[in-house]
Design a protein around this ligand. Structure first.
Ligand code: GTP
Ligand code: ZN
Length: 361
């Protein structure tokens, strides 16, 4: 297949056939196409074949959005038209292949999109203070729930002895099966080339992990640039985030990287598939439980509890599963409650409207 220049540039940004077909089917050919690389409130930076645009939504798009999550987010493909030098209007958001979400802080049962159209999640965990397999499983669950392929990156390996690293790697492999595992150091550059060779042009990688594990530094190491301000430099300014040169989505020769500055706390939302995939051993065992709605906590003839008693299931894995399952149930309850509130509110509005109509003469 012979690609023209536009297609080449867009393909490096992650553009593909599915998006092109959508564009044709929805008669968006007359608009330009680009990818949202950063967002500041209702302003977006959109990267296109002609460079970067400062873009806003056309009014219609803003008013027809039923939910905040319908609006563009970092990673989205959009149709746009230029109206001034480097200024553009966004007319449409393309359907998303995947979204990474988290629980919206302080908002009952609501989610907030972190990034969209992600192919892989680079779960970064540092081998010193941050190392925690339960948390690793939590991030794996988020990936699985979001239909994103996980890759585990143990960082800061310069801080420990080789022997200790081998022990940690064995621990991870023991609990987490079939997920690629890399050990790297931004400091000594160990493992960087190996990780880089695993990344592919045109694929989008979202960095996930606690604050301070070295995500921004890893982006700098991989791209060989200083796109990201890292913790050390910017600690004095507003706890280290968002300096103006900051770009949330970065294109380099081995793919597209999205940093994730917001990932302070990771919560499990309503998608139960994520838990099932992460804990598929438990899910398979659960088929043998006597009750189909078994909670695996106190039931008789529970295959999962049996497995623990007979050494067929690691207790820590089980405990982590139960903890996250509880969180998921809480989230679901919150969601139901919010829906009910919305419904009650809708009824109230209707009633008031009716009363107003009846009072007119
Ligand atoms: N020893 C060592 N320190 C590192 C390494 N990589 C990063 N650091 C340090 O760890 C600190 C945090 O690094 P960042 O890259 O800012 O971490 P981050 O994950 O992006 O943090 P947030 O932006 O808060 O999410 C900085 O002081 C880095 O210099 C490494 O490989 N080895
Ligand atoms: Zn059971």
């Amino acid at each position: 297949m012979c690609l023209n220049r536009m297609e080449m540039i867009l393909e490096n940004l992650g553009y593909n056939k599915v998006l092109e077909e959508y564009r044709k089917a929805h008669h968006l050919d007359s608009f330009g196409i680009g990818r949202v690389i950063s967002q500041h409130k209702d302003r977006y930076t959109v990267k296109t074949e002609d460079g970067e645009f400062d873009a806003e939504l056309i009014g219609n798009l803003r008013f027809t959005a039923t939910n905040k999550n319908d609006l563009p987010a970092v990673g989205d493909w959009v149709s746009l038209s230029e109206y001034d030098e480097n200024k553009a209007l966004i007319h449409a958001v393309f359907p998303r292949k995947s979204t990474v979400e988290r629980k919206a802080v302080g908002k009952l049962g609501q989610t907030q999109i972190i990034a969209t159209n992600i192919d892989f999640g680079l779960i970064v965990q540092s081998v010193n203070r941050d190392f925690n397999i339960n948390r690793l499983e939590r991030y794996l669950t988020i990936c699985n729930a979001s239909k994103i392929e996980p890759i585990i990156v143990l960082s800061k390996v310069d801080l420990i002895e080789n022997q200790q690293l081998e022990k940690l790697m064995a621990q991870v492999k023991d609990r987490v099966k079939n997920v690629p595992l890399f050990a790297i150091s931004n400091q000594s550059q160990i493992g960087i080339e190996k990780l880089k060779s695993k990344l592919t042009k045109g694929k989008t990688y979202c960095l996930l992990g606690s604050s301070g594990v070295g995500k921004s530094t890893l982006i700098n190491t991989l791209t060989g640039t200083h796109f990201m301000e890292t913790g050390e430099i910017s600690q004095s300014i507003d706890r280290g985030r968002h300096i103006t040169s900051h770009r949330e989505l970065i294109v380099f020769e081995n793919g597209i990287l999205i940093d994730n500055p917001g990932m302070r706390e990771v919560g499990i939302t309503h998608n139960s598939d994520g838990l099932a995939t992460t804990f598929d051993a438990i899910q398979i065992m659960a088929k043998d439980c006597k009750y189909s709605d078994c909670t695996h906590t106190n039931e008789k003839k529970c295959a999962v509890l049996d497995a623990i008693n007979h050494g067929g299931l690691d207790f820590d894995t089980y405990a982590n599963f139960i903890k996250m399952e509880k969180e998921r149930m809480h989230f679901e309850l919150d969601l139901k409650e919010r829906k009910k509130k919305d419904k009650d509110f809708g009824k109230m509005i209707k009633r008031v409207q009716k009363e107003r109509k009846n009072n007119k003469y």
